[in-house]
Design a binder for this molecule. Structure first.
Ligand SMILES: CC(C)(COP(=O)(O)OP(=O)(O)OC[C@H]1O[C@@H](n2cnc3c(N)ncnc32)[C@H](O)[C@@H]1OP(=O)(O)O)[C@@H](O)C(=O)NCCC(=O)NCCS
Length: 408
């Protein structure tokens, strides 16, 4: 059926794999990342961490062996304005090393987008191993993130930093259970995703594989648990100890400050590393010496693919004056056309367009990661009327940079 949807029989017929093929698919994916195959002991846990959703596969015509795979699971993504849209989380993408550069990924991507569209997904999202792969399939960098380190010697809270709430050490299980309930309330920033049960199972596996001991904490405010963090500590002998934050989520400024007050109070720690954090996370502003925090990397976070452009445009909010966009989608041509976008909503129109862009560029401005004028200035988007780029900047602006914050 999938091959029918992507244009009939091809050299690489894509099909949905059966449950008893999932381990082979996982091993294939691992081999493409140069990771050892799953052992019999590991498999039950690995299986539990596979989120519900189809795994697609391509088998070799002669040997029948699996040579390519891609999975997706269903989630929801927060949009500017607060609405959520169904999104397919794309993961476990790999093609056997002796079959690469023959179009296997292309077939998988096209089939997966068709499948996600049929399942009512408005968008697809992924975290890319290499940044040159996914633009051709309509994905664009829609959120960015940063890694930072905190030198504990210089990290002192300012006297006017928020106080309140209680931090409690829990077992990993208890912290996850308490926080998984609260998490949807905290996922308010554009680009954040709901986390299915399989995602939390994957986090448990990640925590089990840390070198140092793992600690889980919750923050409780006036309305109950509103934040949590999990971390491990590496304490080489001799050498300075590093506290590695694996996940930290919070509902607001008090829980953010409360969790960091605790983290900075942990004894025998020299520095703290935090990875994949929001670009504007205001830890520096809480401290007497902002240079105690050093950004060590900034990078692309969520690659977004708008599958149902009319719905995606209609679901977010806009500010300023309306404008007509002319969208081109080389993979899903049903999205092609002109859309009037403004504070009253977004809908198809016959009116002439002011901005002309491909669907990957639309994904880059959709959550507010990039200003439309930046894409015009760099040749990614064409403006056909004067002032259109600045007008689009105002329309798509968001109050905070988008962030995904959920790795998969
Ligand atoms: C990335 C990967 C899935 C690509 O599979 P593939 O079957 O070789 O891809 P295709 O043959 O369909 O290539 C499609 C296009 O992408 C390009 N491309 C594919 N992989 C690329 C890479 N790693 N770097 C740059 N370009 C790449 C191809 O050159 C081709 O370009 P074209 O359309 O201009 O001809 C495969 O190389 C792989 O499994 N890599 C290791 C695991 C990995 O990185 N997985 C992704 C996890 S997010």
């Amino acid at each position: 059926m999938l091959s029918e949807m992507i244009g009939g029989m091809t050299d690489h017929d894509v099909r949905t794999l059966a449950d008893d093929e999932l381990r082979t698919a996982q091993d294939l994916f691992r081999s493409t990342l140069h990771v050892k195959p799953i052992t019999d002991e590991e498999w039950p846990q690995v299986r539990a961490a596979v989120q519900d959703g189809p795994t697609l596969g391509v088998t070799d015509g002669e040997s029948g062996a699996l040579i390519g795979t891609a999975r997706s699971f269903e989630s929801a993504m927060t949009l500017p304005g607060g609405a959520g849209v169904p999104i397919g989380g794309v993961t476990h993408v790999g093609v056997r090393a002796d079959r690469t550069r023959r179009g296997v990924l292309t077939e998988l991507m096209h089939a997966q987008l068709t499948d996600l569209a049929e399942r009512g997904m408005v968008a697809a999202g992924l975290h890319a191993s290499e940044t040159s792969i996914y633009g051709r399939f309509g994905y664009g960098v829609a959120t960015c993130a940063r890694d930072y380190t905190v030198d504990r010697r210089f990290a002192r809270f300012r006297s006017d930093a928020p106080v309140g709430g209680r931090v409690e050490i829990r077992t990993v299980e208890a912290a996850i259970e308490l926080f998984a309930d609260a998490y949807p309330r905290t996922a308010t920033r554009p680009g954040m995703l709901t986390r299915p049960a399989g995602w939390w199972a994957q986090l448990r596996r990640t925590l089990e594989r840390q070198d140092g001991p793992v600690t889980a904490i919750t923050h409780e405010g006036a309305d109950g648990v509103d934040g949590y963090a999990v971390y491990s500590v590496d304490r080489p002998q001799p050498g300075p100890a590093t506290l590695r934050l694996v996940d930290l989520q919070c509902a607001g400024p008090e829980s953010f400050a409360g969790l960091w007050r605790y983290l900075l109070s942990v004894d025998l720690v020299h520095d703290i590393t935090a990875s994949g954090r929001p670009l504007d996370e205001p830890l520096e502003l809480l401290l007497t010496d902002p240079r105690a925090v050093s950004t060590i990397a900034q990078f692309d976070d969520l690659w977004l693919r708008l599958i149902d452009v009319p719905t995606a445009l209609a679901m977010r909010t806009y500010a300023g004056e309306s404008l007509v966009l002319d969208v081109t989608d080389p993979v899903l041509p049903g999205n092609d056309g002109c859309y009037r976008v403004g504070p009253d909503g977004a809908a198809r129109t016959e009116d002439p367009a002011a901005l002309h862009l491909d669907v990957d560029a639309l994904a880059m401005i959709y959550l507010g990661a990039w200003r439309p004028s930046q894409l015009v200035d760099t040749g990614r988007v064409r403006a056909s009327t004067p002032g259109a780029a600045r007008q689009a900047d105002r329309l798509f602006a968001t109050s905070a940079p988008p962030w995904c914050g959920t790795f998969f």
